[in-house]
Design a protein around this ligand. Structure first.
Ligand code: PLP
Length: 414
């Protein structure tokens, strides 16, 4: 089959699905949204599916024996199926709706971690982790006496696999790593790291918050034990995310939250947990949000994650090339080609907040700060950085405008 030409995504037609992007701000500057790593925008199909549900088919799921409840339940379970298929899950029971990545990691840190870690056991993370994949483990360590250790980066700015192997030992019970750094955009060699963790019998959790939205994801190839991600970063609504877990592990774990839906029986003496996935979905779930997430997953798959990834990497490489010509600007992270949709940088003598405020005045939305990765910034010897993050609806022209605006801000503020 003939290889597609680069930059072939039909971005103009994609953009028509995102009316929020079609506006001018601050005295008629076209809005350029480059804060996608924090949260993406949603296409009309997702918004409409949610309105349709509230207008026509909404009721609480699972327990109602009436038409509306059956409709909602069917749509909610269909969403589970679509999202599960998207990541290659073999069993629907392994796909648990959560409120997001943070909730998924906390669930595992409690329901799996409390029963599996003892004093002196090790939890191994990389220095790239988002606070969501650090703090729950630190809390677990406080509860159990376990130790949290971090793998640093090598000279190329990638996770140092030699240190990783040195730190892995038979005391390592959990390895928790992000598949893509939310600051540097590094694509981490997940399958290789999982294989090494297996050799010492450690369990592995993958924080795929920046992977599932942008790269083809196959959990079977990763061979991890838990995978977590958020809906709002992948064209879906806020308030919903996914925890995928290996069935036998989920079966063996006690429930995390107690309440309605997660039980098979309750008596005055106690309760019996329900079957998967209900066992980990206590209370009324984010019904309409999950339905919207299912539509977002269908939308992404229709366009194709491989195509989206290739397009975003081209935008990222362009931003890299152009920014690297600017005097005094330092790009963080390894150079392409393993850069997924994220470019972070600092500028000698300028505050990242000032840069981002100036860019906003030009209509360009980027993020300045520690991006919930304080340990990484400390490791890099900087307090914070500026981050531009791309998605399927961004254009080459937007990247060039962003780079021009960075040039202008540096001239103006220096
Ligand atoms: N992990 C990574 C790599 C992220 O980028 C984020 C969000 O920025 C999170 C975890 C937390 O996601 P949420 O706030 O949706 O729970």
């Amino acid at each position: 089959m003939k290889e597609k030409e680069p930059m072939q995504l039909d971005v103009n037609s994609i953009r028509q699905d995102f009316p929020i992007l079609d506006q001018s701000i601050h005295r008629e500057r076209p809005l350029i949204y480059l804060d996608n790593a924090a949260s993406s925008q949603r296409p009309l199909a997702v918004l409409q599916s949610m309105v349709d549900c509230y207008e026509k088919t909404y009721a609480n799921v699972h327990r109602g024996i009436h038409w509306l409840s059956e409709q909602s339940t069917e749509q909610y379970e269909h969403a589970r199926q679509v999202v599960g298929q998207m990541i290659g899950a073999r069993h629907q029971a392994e796909v648990i709706f959560t409120s997001g990545t943070t909730a998924g990691i906390n669930l595992v840190a409690h329901a799996w971690g409390n029963g599996h870690l003892r004093e002196g056991d090790k939890i191994l993370l990389t220095i790239l982790e988002h606070h969501s994949n650090i703090v729950p483990w630190q809390q677990l360590a406080e509860r159990t006496g376990a130790i949290v250790e971090f793998v640093g980066l090598n000279e190329q700015g990638r996770v140092d696999l030699e240190t990783y192997q040195d730190l892995l030992d038979e005391r390592t019970r959990m390895v928790a790593i992000s598949a893509v750094s939310n600051v540097l955009g590094n694509v981490v060699p997940v399958a290789e790291m999982v294989g090494l963790a297996r050799s010492v019998g450690a369990q592995v959790l993958i924080d795929a918050a920046q992977h599932v939205p942008h790269e083809p994801t196959n959990i079977i190839e990763w061979d991890a034990d838990f995978v977590v991600f958020s809906g709002h970063k992948m064209l879906g609504p806020t308030g919903v995310g996914v925890l995928w877990g290996r069935e036998e592990l989920l079966e063996a774990m006690p429930p995390f939250l107690g309440g309605g839906s997660m039980i098979s029986q309750v008596t005055v003496e106690g309760f019996t947990p329900g079957e998967l996935p209900a066992k980990f979905e206590a209370g009324t779930p984010p019904i309409v949000e999950a339905i919207g997430l299912g539509v977002a997953a269908e939308y992404l798959q229709q366009i194709g994650l491989a195509e989206i990834s290739r397009y975003e990497r081209e935008l990222t490489a362009l931003a890299h090339r152009e920014l690297s010509t600017i005097d005094g600007l330092k790009l963080l992270g390894p150079a392409e080609p393993d850069q997924s949709g994220i470019v972070s940088f600092v500028v000698d003598g300028l505050s990242n907040q000032d840069i981002s405020i100036f860019l906003d005045r030009q209509g360009v939305a980027v993020r300045a700060g520690h991006h919930c990765a304080m340990p990484l910034h400390e490791y890099l010897g900087i307090p914070n950085s500026c981050r531009a993050s791309f998605y399927l609806y961004n254009t080459e022209q937007e990247v060039r405008r962003f780079v021009d605006a960075v040039r202008q801000v540096i001239e103006k503020l220096r």
